[in-house]
Design a protein around this ligand. Sequence first.
Ligand SMILES: Nc1ncnc2c1ncn2[C@@H]1O[C@H](COP(=O)(O)OP(=O)(O)OP(=O)(O)O)[C@@H](O)[C@H]1O
Length: 279
Amino acid sequence: MICIEGLVKKFGERTAVNNLSLTIEQGETFGLLGPNGAGKTTTIRILTMLTRPTAGSITINGCRLPEDELAVKSLIGVVPQHFNIDIDLTARENLDLHGRLHHMPRDLRQRRIEALLDYVELKERGNDMVNTFSGGMKRRLMIARALLHEPQVLFLDEPTVGLDPQVRRRLWDLIRRLNADGLTVLLTTHYIEEAESLCRRVAIMEKGQLIALNSPTALCERLGSYVVEWTESEGTQYRFFASRIEAAAFAGTLAANTSLRHTNLEDVFVELTGRRVSG
Ligand SMILES: Nc1ncnc2c1ncn2[C@@H]1O[C@H](COP(=O)(O)OP(=O)(O)OP(=O)(O)O)[C@@H](O)[C@H]1O
């Protein structure tokens, strides 16, 4: 379980995270959403000990940050937003290097490397240099690396950015499998459908603050489970309703062409933050 209480991070005059409190349950897949600059990466960087908070307290599975640094390091696996694997080494060599840095004994290291290459479907490419890998393969290798020392919590910052839809879906399956195997997963994403598809609960941040926290379904229900969409000279208009009957009755009063559909998490995001997310 991850408990964050009163987290603040200031960069000079700028407040990147402003009094954030939330709890992420053991074994849940949790999504952190928000427009550019909302404070998602800063939050993950604090949770993974790459940045010190200005104020607040954090525990991960009972270990306090930053006091229990070594214990936390063995508890967490991190897949950063940018590729940071050595492209002049093979996949196996990259994993071996990571295992050595975690002081894993040789036998265990080798067993875990083989098991994980298999898990992320890279076994046949294990002896190939990483500079011959596609973006999706590199991302899978980074996930394998983050899992090598058997962490209990996995942090994924924008795990599928820049990947094509097929590769993205394969990665979603991998993330689901990790979660089914008992891992707690915290991810940030700009792809709202990714959060909707993977996460049991999502937090929406804006300007460093938490503005919504719930399951995607509950967030949609709060806005209204059905939406009527129509176009006017000033752009597309949206109106939300609790029931299909109410939505259809309203749509019937409009002269314009309308569409009636289920509300999705992107609607919630746009209503709450007033912006469409890129990507
Ligand atoms: N090292 C830094 N120095 C100064 N300001 C920073 C630093 N890192 C982040 N910030 C500022 O903190 C705020 C939050 O940035 P952060 O990268 O956490 O947002 P984000 O939600 O991850 O954005 P994005 O979706 O664009 O990745 C921004 O205003 C950013 O400019």
